[in-house]
Design a protein around this ligand. Sequence first.
Ligand code: GLN
Length: 483
Amino acid sequence: MHQLTLAEIARGLADKKFSSEELTKVLLARIAQLDPQLNSFISITEDLALQQAKAADARRANGESGALLGAPIAHKDLFCTQGIRTSCGSKMLDNFKAPYDATVVAKLAAAGAVTLGKTNMDEFAMGSANESSYYGAVKNPWNLEHVPGGSSGGSAAAVAARLLPAATGTDTGGSIRQPAALTNLTGLKPTYGRVSRWGMIAYASSLDQGGPLARTAEDCAILLQGMAGFDPQDSTSIDEPVPDYSASLNGSLQGLRIGVPKEYFGAGLDPRIAELIHNSVKELEKLGAVVKEISLPNMQHAIPAYYVIAPAEASSNLSRFDGVRFGYRCEDPKNLIDLYKRSRGEGFGPEVQRRIMVGAYALSAGYYDAYYLKAQKIRRLIKNDFMAAFNEVDIILGPTTPNPAWKLGAKNSDPVAAYLEDVYTITANLAGLPGLSMPAGFVDGLPVGVQLLAPYFQEGRLLNVAHQYQLNTDWHTRTPTGF
Ligand code: GLN
């Protein structure tokens, strides 16, 4: 039963082949048995899951239907869940039980989804390896000595290991697409403003966006349907109608114009990954797509711009964790300054502290123009590059990451080496565009992802291209040994 996708589960539940309660019990047992190897969960919400599963079964018995009614999922541990620890992977929030549900959590619960637990993540979503969590590193089910990617690495490892069919993630600079690529999943970062950020603990507010991680594009469509939509409680939420994503999956790719940026294939890209990306292009050409080389000339400036803007926003967002209002408080503070200093010094891990320092520096008087303002100008240039490219092509295709999953600890002493892994993903966040990563093959037994980017609100187009590709390839069906 654990091999079923969300779409198959929906059919099985509708046909009364099994109940949500039966399925939930099977998956909870699997999590208990296998998760100790992976460390993909911070909290397992067994009681809530069984209660939600029974309620979903009762709703179905009363004639209700819906693709998510009774479907087991998990939430990245930065989505607030009422009465349940929401840690953000940090000692700072180890004792924090959210007093309300994030909009995403509430919407999915209303659609009947069953929450199995809260997944492990890089502390405050900062990272690309899931090694910075207060709860320990997450392991990649494809090779337990390798990282699963980050920061939504717990969600990715759990879904890849078939502990559950799908999970939520968030993507500030690649944290849905990169772990999806490194664990052989399909992951979608929606257009900025498509999914409410209300109740999602902020890292960099102008870049953060929640989205689905699953094995197939078909399942991402189902989960996104439950997550997307206008929310008056998020001032950057956009009031655009939500299309039927599952209905968008069956469009022909005949004449689809795919742009492949020449800058994506420079030094730094593993040539074996380049070959797999070219193979995926050929596959899409067979389906009728037309390929064209394009240029994104400002891409080289994306990493420096991102690593000014994201820490700047983080330094401001994380100022609320001061040992007073909620979260960790140090023992026996001598005075108010000592309380602030030690609560923050003891509650935040080293990567979070590094980013707060970089961000506070970039925003400080005298440096603001030189760093923050400059980075914002680069951000606009990057957006303009995309706008020009989308005048010529319908989607942009390239690698999701320059390398496959690296060994645990391999980049710990060199944060910049880890930052460079984000080179292909962060531009979509800087521009606010939707992006998807899907399985494209393997290098040394480790999965490789191909990334697709589309114009604003064209999530349906991304899902359609990925679904057509997945109807004609079987990379996404491969299962890691032992799971
Ligand atoms: N790796 C990037 C960072 O560390 C992206 C993280 C994310 O998308 N949350 O900032």
